[in-house]
Design a protein around this ligand. Structure first.
Ligand SMILES: NC(=O)c1ccc[n+]([C@@H]2O[C@H](COP(=O)([O-])OP(=O)(O)OC[C@H]3O[C@@H](n4cnc5c(N)ncnc54)[C@H](OP(=O)(O)O)[C@@H]3O)[C@@H](O)[C@H]2O)c1
Length: 305
């Protein structure tokens, strides 16, 4: 099977692999891989052509980046040039590792953004981040302060490109007046198709910017939930999985996302090597348009108007 190829995120943005590996459940918030196992996962991803890795400072209660960094050390210095590292900042979680965080809140102040990037660089054992994202919009966000932080990080060579996550189209537009954004990382799957209708994808398509998609399988909701809508969706997807050559249901769900003209880049959350490998099938699977709508109809419970 061919390797996952690279695509450019935006006109001025970097290239990422067409499928990105999400690390949220690689650490304490999931499989709790020690550094050698993480090194094995990273090596496996690189062999598949999955060269881009999605982090956030908060994953594993602020611990996962550091284990990943030790894994990079184990793999040797040449590995960094073969990969793209994405991480996020701005959420303050209450945890014993951050005694200053008195409650869950957001902080997009200049100093917090810069300090967060510097801490992620140290944890990841790297000199630069390929893409640095604001994890969530804050009601207190001041675009001028964000711009100051981004300019400082760019000029010092610490960050190569900037983006956001979970921003509404108007928040994205507002910040775009002050800084160049290369992506909006958002949730999208058949059970949460809001981006098709709320202007998020329209805006990005118009600007030739690819969204990164978190929870492309609904964070396993698709596999775990027994709700009527999920059971109905699973029935449809299973039938299509047979039709398209007995592929996995996750492959059909990824192919469903990839069909959108905005050019979504799924951030897959699996911790299983075999499932990572199978994602490549989705890149080669062109769902018929009526099958795409059959999935949408099954998920939302009614035909389109
Ligand atoms: N920007 C944000 O606000 C935000 C929010 C959430 C997540 N993220 C990013 O998005 C990434 C992906 O999120 P996610 O983990 O919610 O993604 P997801 O890919 O929708 O869900 C992953 C979950 O599905 C399970 N799964 C996958 N294939 C399966 C199958 N064939 N059968 C049964 N279970 C299956 C995985 O279990 P196994 O591990 O056992 O395969 C894992 O628990 C995260 O790692 C993170 O990088 C970003």
């Amino acid at each position: 099977m061919t390797k996952v190829d690279q695509v450019q995120l935006s006109p001025s943005g970097p290239s990422l692999s067409r499928i990105v590996a999400g690390t949220m459940t690689w650490g304490e918030w999931g499989s709790d891989f020690p550094a050698p196992k993480m090194a094995e996962m990273i090596g496996h991803c690189l062999d598949l052509g999955i060269t881009s890795f999605d982090h956030a400072d908060i994953y594993g209660h602020y611990a996962t980046e550091e284990v990943f960094g030790r894994a990079l050390n184990e793999l040797g210095t040449s590995v960094r040039a073969q990969m793209e590292l994405i991480t996020k900042c701005g959420i303050r979680l209450e945890t014993s590792r951050r005694p200053d965080n008195r409650l869950k809140s957001y902080d997009l102040s200049r100093d917090y953004i810069i300090a967060s990037a510097e801490r992620s660089l140290k944890n990841l054992h790297t000199d630069y981040l390929d893409v640095f994202l604001l994890h969530r919009p804050s009601p207190l966000m001041d675009p001028a302060e964000v711009a100051e932080a981004f300019a400082h990080l760019e000029q010092s060579g610490k960050v190569r490109a900037f983006g956001v996550s979970n921003f509404t189209p108007s928040q994205f537009q507002l910040l775009s007046q002050s800084v160049t954004l290369v992506t909006n990382q958002v949730e999208c799957h058949p059970l949460h198709p809001d981006c098709f209708y709320d202007g998020t994808f329209d805006q990005l398509l118009g600007a030739n910017i690819r969204p990164m998609i978190w929870s492309p399988l609904g964070g396993a909701q698709y596999f775990k939930s027994e709700s009527t809508s999920v059971l109905r969706l699973r029935d449809t997807v299973k039938n299509l999985a047979k039709k398209y050559g007995d592929v996995g249901e996750d492959v059909i769900l990824l192919a469903w996302l990839l069909k959108h003209p905005v050019g979504p880049i799924p951030v897959v959350g699996t911790t299983k090597k075999s499932r990572l490998g199978a994602t490549r099938l989705a890149l080669e699977l062109d769902l018929e348009t009526q099958d795409w709508f059959a999935i949408l109809e099954a998920a939302v419970g009614h035909e389109v108007a």
